[in-house]
Design a protein around this ligand. Sequence first.
Ligand code: 5AD
Ligand code: SF4
Length: 490
Amino acid sequence: MSGDSSKTFYLETFGCQMNVHDSEKVVGTLLQEGYRQVETVEEADLVLYNTCSIRDKAEQKVFNRLSDYKKYKKQGKTFGVLGCVAQQEGEKIFERAPYVSLVAGSASYRKLPEMLRQLEEAESAARETAGENAGLRDDASVVVTAGKSGVKSGSRKPEAESLVRITGLDDRETEDCFETEFTARTNPHRGYITIIEGCDKFCSYCVVPYTRGKERSRTSDSVLAEARQMADLGYTEIQLLGQNVNSYKDPAGKPGGDFRKTKTFAELLAAVGEIPGIRRVRFTTSHPRDFGHDIIDAIDAVPTLCDHVHLPVQSGSTRLLDAMQRLYTRDQYLERIAWMKSAKRPISITTDVIVGFPGETEADFNETLGLLDEVSYDAVFSFKYSPRPNTPSLSLEDAIPDEEKARRLDVLMTRQREIQTASYKRYIGTTCEVMVEGRNEARGQWIGRTSHNKTLNFTVPAIATPRVGNYVSVIVTSSFPNSLVGELVV
Ligand code: 5AD
Ligand code: SF4
């Protein structure tokens, strides 16, 4: 399709930061291939959904979206499903949503330009074949898998069925990382860089190792080159991304690589923080089992490394952590928390929790509540357990009724709200540096983000006009459980 700037695409993203960043790379790739991005499905020739399957609700959202747009297929639009649902469901998507033409998991995005070209060629071939056979049959279709295509005929298909089927699916064998120079970042001040893709942890409830493939790290050289390039473009904040950044392994250390250039995750983190122009470096997500003290040492040594760590715990009960195959105990988790609490700067700690995992008793749940009190997190993202395809815990009976899961979730969120109400109050009277993120006209406030990753909304005197992307000092005057309020210091 290269060169035809009239071809338009619409891309909607579901799910985590990895998906958001993958979409930035997909958009960059499509623009490079000559497509133009549009804001609505109506205007688009190609409609793409970058999907999430972490919980059943997320997956259902995707299928609802696809069924909404059945009607558009009649207008000649092409539909593609990318991301975790694509990888998880594979060719079954063509059965559930027969008007879809492209199904590709994240481990095959490197082949996206090739797949897009195949898609166009196959669609025009299918149209021709259907045309030639007009009056005889209207069931011609082209199936393309891993670079091969062919015209297929079969029984008469429903009107909305796609003529073309292209798949890019991973078999957990790929060594590919989706590295591209054409990333279309949406924010000009802070941006993501993927350092590791996939996951080899296989927590018993989690679909990610099956949807995002095996762990593969980028070389620290290539990460640093991208970070320097971003600094040259004016970015001041970088967020290093991976399902488990702590298991980063520089491929320069592999046979044939340059050993002298090998960096551990903590060394890479520090090196990104030392790039001139970079003022903030964040990283997500961490796994307690692989989280080393060297990360705290790096935060202590390099002031640009943000004083915030997201360390998902999932449960406060060692018995449940074992059933979840998390590979650490409550005490080992708390040891990592103690490291953070003895750092030179106060580190803000956030976490993820699952309630209602099979076999979770009231006592297990109470241990999780006790952990919240003990750690005093700055934010907790909590979820009801959702059984996922392929995962080991699918074989356990999902015996806790949804109402009970909902009750536990509610109790947990109420407890956490109390904790945050008290802890956020402690900031009143202190001065924080924030990056200006935007303005809330309705409230007459500017929106800022602290190094701790807290939202700090602030007012400014008439003489001052902050600029988005700038760093300013704000004195905190009041607090809510999830945000702070303050005034610009001039
Ligand atoms: N059910 C509920 N929550 C889940 N998570 C991952 N898998 C599941 C599941 N099957 C949560 C975990 C993880 C976060 C990204 O999503 O808490 O850290
Ligand atoms: Fe899923 Fe566990 Fe891997 Fe995180 S570490 S992506 S929860 S399997």
